[in-house]
Write a new protein. Sequence first.
Length: 195
Amino acid sequence: MNLSKLIVAAVLGAAILPVMAQPETKVDTVSGVGATKTTRTVKATGTVTAIDAATRTISLRNKQGKVSDVQVGEDVRNFEQLRAGDTVTVEYTQALSVNLARQSGMRSSTEREISDRAAPGAKPGGMVGREVTVTADVVAVNAKTGLVTLKGPRGKTVDVHVEDPQQLKAVRRGDQVQAVYTEALAVSVTPKTAR
């Protein structure tokens, strides 16, 4: 799957989430020696009310009864298995992990795609995402607020919250650290249960 398909999948997920049932959001932060990781997950569910196979459009109804149409691209396998009454669950996850161990060298960035498609014959679904690894400069450390400000290779800055005060003592302005940002969109379909 190329980057344009990744962007389409992410936009599709962003479009589906508000349409579907009230999304549940979960944020977890884990700190260890020299590292911190924060993960945010948004999960939403809707029911398929209609399918237009010619245009690959599905109509989804949320728990409040609002129906919205979503067009599904050709890269989604097993579209023909969708049925009215199926439950569609969309889960969008963002994670940022920062290794506060000192790095050396120029600021750099590498990116890789991550994906997992439904097997032929299985229910439609899968996961698509990306992982960006950055060597960044520490431009500020605020011990009072627990924020470390990082500057990446493209000049953008990001504030990372570090809960453990001992970790803050180990990093100083001018150091380089490694940060890994991951985002993924997973879609699964639950078949309509027989009554």
